[in-house]
Design a binder for this molecule. Sequence first.
Ligand code: GUN
Ligand code: ZN
Length: 468
Amino acid sequence: MITPPALPINPQGSPLRGVRGQLLTFKDDPFLKSPQECYDHLADGLVVIQDGRIIDVGEYDKIASKYPSLVDVDVYTDSLILPGFIDCHTHYVQSPMIGSFGDTLLDWLDRYTFPTEAMFKDKEFADEVARMFFRQLLAQGTTTANVFATTFETSVEAFFEESERYDTRMISGKVLQDRNVPESLRDASAEESVRVSERLLERWHHRGRQLYAVIPRFAPTSTPEQLRLAGELYQRYVDRGVYMHTHLYEAQSEIEWVAQLYPDSQNYADVYRRFGLLGKRSVMAHCCEVREEEWQMLHECGCGVAHCPSSNLFLGDGEFRYWEAKEPGRPVTVGIGTDVGGGTNFSIPRQIGEAYKVAMLRNHSLDAVRGFYLATRGGAEVLGLGDTVGSIAPGYEADMAVIDLKPSEFAEWRMKFTTDIFDRLFVLTALGLNNLNKATYVAGRKVYDRDRARQYRYAAEIDASRVI
Ligand code: GUN
Ligand code: ZN
């Protein structure tokens, strides 16, 4: 198993909880090492949880006897317990316009996205959307996401407030955009926008499990002055774990526009670099057309990349080339993003299915070992959380998804013709099912249960009823 980080001390001797069943977790990067060395697969595993963290994992027969006080155990059959999925790039504020009829990226932003985002000035609307968004994520087994809000403080508040209710580990922040967006969405000034960001950062960063990101939407919607101030803000807080999150190289028209707006930059990545926006926990969504010198730059700066295949297909953008990102001499961390509402669903396993197809267009095939790595530990590495979430191992936060290996009559029948767990996982992603996830655990609490009368529960309700 993965070498455990220092375990938390538990002076109160809080009760132990357990989750038992077939289990899969990753401990290394199968793009860089032999895949068989990179995961642990237990036929009948037991996860022991205390105070929201995993304190032990192993085959049930080997470790259960160590915990005589462990009576509260959820047992899953015909299932697979996985680390909760990690969505490295999405926009909760686009939930109301997901699936809007096609257009190219820039027209789609103008026609559907910006008018929708302008509605988030209204806190009640933002609250409603945040509520719905979290339910979609948790239903799909996603437990951590790196999420764009929009211009307004209200949109950030609504997001983090809902995240606190579930005690999810989430990353979000105010979107910085002071040009080339409608006035209703535009920041009044670069200075004010960064002041508001800093205020939100101070309120929310490391409050419980919440983390803050400085988010210039993308180079065309910020003035150079806003990018400069955003870079300064990020640099002031980067050593305290703050993120930078933006888009890079998504669509051809965008790429040409950036070249016109920033003629002095060597390339698109260099626009962000010059303003101090590349570094640890800088996350770039899309990266469809990155050149070798830019991969070098992203590698050297320690940036991560979110591959968003559903969105790239829907908007007809381009094709992310994981084999270039993962070049062993200068690998860049890669995770999966749904990019809702460019992406057309909230499911990370469905993204894996789409990522496979995108790679196939370029004569590469993404197997289930590497796909599920990207969806869990790979995503955690992108977010600088590789020792916190994304794996099922002692010391990690107890965020888990429980996948149904027989989610439909047909899937159950199809499974008869599979040989091993990765074969099964591959079939499930290829079928693109939307009801794959049975249960979702967040900090050890079962916040979503597909088969429970009330499927969703907030952390405080669970604590009050003392049921996981
Ligand atoms: N580039 C800038 N803004 C956006 C957005 O909202 N969605 C996508 N897919 N790309 C963008
Ligand atoms: Zn996006």
